[in-house]
Each structure stands twice: as structure tokens, then as C-alpha cells.
Design a protein around this ligand. Structure first.
Ligand SMILES: [Zn+2]
Length: 230
């Protein structure tokens, strides 16, 4: 996923998990980000997923300061919902910086500017509280999704590597020394591949000693296919 900070590096100032603030131990359900250089309140926050605006909450501006009142802890927020019903929340957004026309139901795509980072709600300084929830509403750590290609719903498989061809000596007697190869695509399982090529799962696993756990094959991995029995 891209960074929620448009064209600006971010720094995590508070991680996901239990933390102590003012002597009180509490769960922090997201991560806090500030600009890695320059003023955080000049950072444009962008949609890091495509989906729809599920919820927008803007505080009433304080007539004296023009800033949002601090009646709620999250301040001005935008919540996006993906097609797979994951929720992405952006808290403490700066008052008066929301992209005009953005409202609940608006369709957004990755990279669309939402608002500027700020300190509305309960915030001791400018920062973005960035929060993810799964379709059941359980919050989870956004950190593994910062600035990489990982997307929601992807299994935690290690990146596909270029694997060397299995050495000839892994071929059992009776099996061809010139096996065919197959490159794993999304949705493949070892047993499915074995079935497709009419070979046993045990033979397929034996031909591919690089697969440590047959339940976790990675897209792009190259498997040696044993010839059909008989
Ligand atoms: Zn936070």
C-alpha cells in the first residue's frame, strides 16, 4: 500500500498495541504518523485504498480559533471501506481542509487527496492516527502495509523467489530426470496442482524439497512436476 502522506516521508511516533499515556495503560488501535521532515500540518492525506467513504466526521469550528472543538477524541475523521469490507480510518484531520464534495458514499481511488493532517480531537500535536479494521470490525496493525505492495486479503506468504531448478539427484529412480515445471499462480494449492497433472501429492512434494510447508506455496514459485505414474 502507498503511504497516506502525499509526497512526504512519514515516521511512526506510536505503534499499534498496548501503550501507557499519562500513566494509563490502554490499547492503541492504530499507528500514529508524523512527517519525517517539515510540518505535519502541511501534509496532504491520500486514500491508501480504493473504495467508498463510509463515514466523515467533522467537528464544529470553534468560533474563536477557527479550529475544531475537541468534543471527540478522534477529531475530524474519514473512514474508507474497500470492496472486501476492510475499513481504513484517518483521524485528527485538519479543519477546513477536506476535499470539496467528499461525503459519505463518495467513491475514492488510491492516491485521491482526502484532507490535510492536523490535530483535531484529542491530540497533543499534529499527527495522523491511521487505523485498519477487518470485515468483522477487529482492528489490526497497519505497519506491515506501509510503503510496500502488500494489500488486504493477501496471505502472508513470503515473496516469490527465483528458485533454482531442483538438482537432478532429487529425482527418484523410476521418475524422469527431465521433469516439467509449473509456475504457481493465485489460487493454486499443492494438492490441486498434483491432481491437475495426475500425480500424487507425495511425489509432487518429494520433487520439490524447497517447499517446506505444502500449505504455503507462493505465487510465482516454480515446481517440478513428476511424470504420471505408469
Ligand atoms: Zn493514534
Amino acid at each position: 500500500m502507498i503511504s497516506p502522506f502525499l509526497n512526504r516521508g512519514h515516521r511512526v511516533t506510536s505503534a499499534f498495541g498496548m501503550r501507557t499515556v499519562g500513566g494509563v495503560r490502554a490499547m492503541h488501535n492504530g499507528i500514529d504518523l508524523v512527517a519525517s521532515s517539515g510540518a505535519t500540518n502541511s501534509v496532504s492525506i491520500v486514500a491508501t485504498v480504493s473504495g467508498v467513504v463510509k463515514r466523515i466526521l467533522t467537528t464544529v469550528p470553534n468560533t474563536h480559533t477557527g479550529l475544531g472543538v475537541t468534543s471527540n477524541t478522534a477529531g475530524n475523521i474519514i473512514e474508507l471501506e474497500t470492496a472486501q469490507k476492510y475499513l481504513v480510518r484517518y483521524y485528527h484531520l485538519q479543519h477546513g481542509t477536506f476535499t470539496p464534495g467528499l461525503r459519505a458514499g463518495s467513491v475514492v481511488k488510491v492516491g485521491d487527496v482526502l484532507a490535510k493532517a492536523g490535530r483535531t480531537g484529542r491530540a497533543s500535536g499534529d499527527h495522523l492516527h491511521y487505523e485498519f479494521a477487518d470485515p468483522k470490525g477487529n482492528r489490526f496493525d497497519p505497519a506491515p502495509y506501509l510503503d510496500n505492495d502488500r494489500q488486504f486479503g493477501q496471505p502472508e506468504t513470503p515473496p516469490a523467489e527465483e528458485l533454482p531448478s531442483p538438482p537432478a539427484n532429487v529425482v527418484r529412480p523410476g521418475l524422469s530426470a527431465n521433469p516439467k515445471f509449473y509456475t504457481v499462480v493465485a489460487g493454486d494449492t499443492m494438492s490441486g496442482i498434483a491432481k491437475r497433472f495426475g500425480v500424487s501429492l507425495a511425489d509432487l512434494a518429494r520433487m520439490n524439497p524447497q517447499i517446506i510447508n505444502i500449505d504455503r506455496i507462493g505465487i510465482g514459485q516454480r515446481l517440478a512436476i513428476p511424470p504420471r505414474a505408469g
